[in-house]
Design a protein around this ligand. Structure first.
Ligand code: ZN
Length: 176
């Protein structure tokens, strides 16, 4: 179990039940252990489980091998009558998000690939990085990134500097 904590530190909050290899993929079976979960809409804790199901999440590769998390999670009832949500799926902080097909650490790496290479070539590259995802996932991740902050350039070119001082280096008008 010590090895698991070293290789999968982000799984500390869940119970890892099995780690095995299927083909080229390392499959990690895990389940949540908290008795209650917090409704994302109203913040009320609930212990009333409506259903259990399995979520499959791509994770960062380990030793060059693709990793797939098979996470057993629950859907809870929200018992707050003032809340618009009747049920909600539990999330594992730092590991899952509402609709993400990836564990929390993977999107930042995939966004880097998507920004550098774009959708289809990026998809081919992630296959080589042992974290194959489709080009649609890459495109969605790159679209979900905030626009980069445009910083004021600190080093100005000669022309800009002269223009700011009221000079121009334009050639003199042709005579004759
Ligand atoms: Zn609620």
């Amino acid at each position: 179990m010590e090895l698991l904590a070293v290789v999968f530190p982000h799984l500390a909050a869940v119970r890892v039940e099995r780690v095995h290899r299927v083909g080229a993929t390392v499959r990690v079976k895990a389940a949540t252990t908290e008795p209650t979960s917090e409704c994302p809409a109203c913040g009320c804790e609930s212990a009333r489980v409506r259903s259990r199901y399995e979520r499959c999440l791509s994770d960062l590769p380990v030793a060059g091998q693709e990793v797939l998390l098979q996470m057993r999670v629950r859907r809870f009832f929200c018992d707050n009558t003032a809340c618009a949500k009747r049920t909600f799926a539990e999330q594992i902080p730092g590991l899952t998000s509402r609709h993400g097909p990836c564990a929390a650490g993977l999107p930042s790496m995939l966004r880097t690939v998507a920004l550098a290479l774009g959708g289809r070539p990026g998809g081919r590259h992630t296959a080589r990085l042992a974290c194959a995802v489709g080009r649609s996932t890459l495109l969605r991740l790159s679209r979900s990134m905030p626009d980069p902050q445009v910083a004021t350039p600190r080093v100005l070119g000669v022309d800009e500097f002269a223009w700011r001082k009221g000079h121009t280096y334009a050639p003199p008008p042709a005579t004759g």
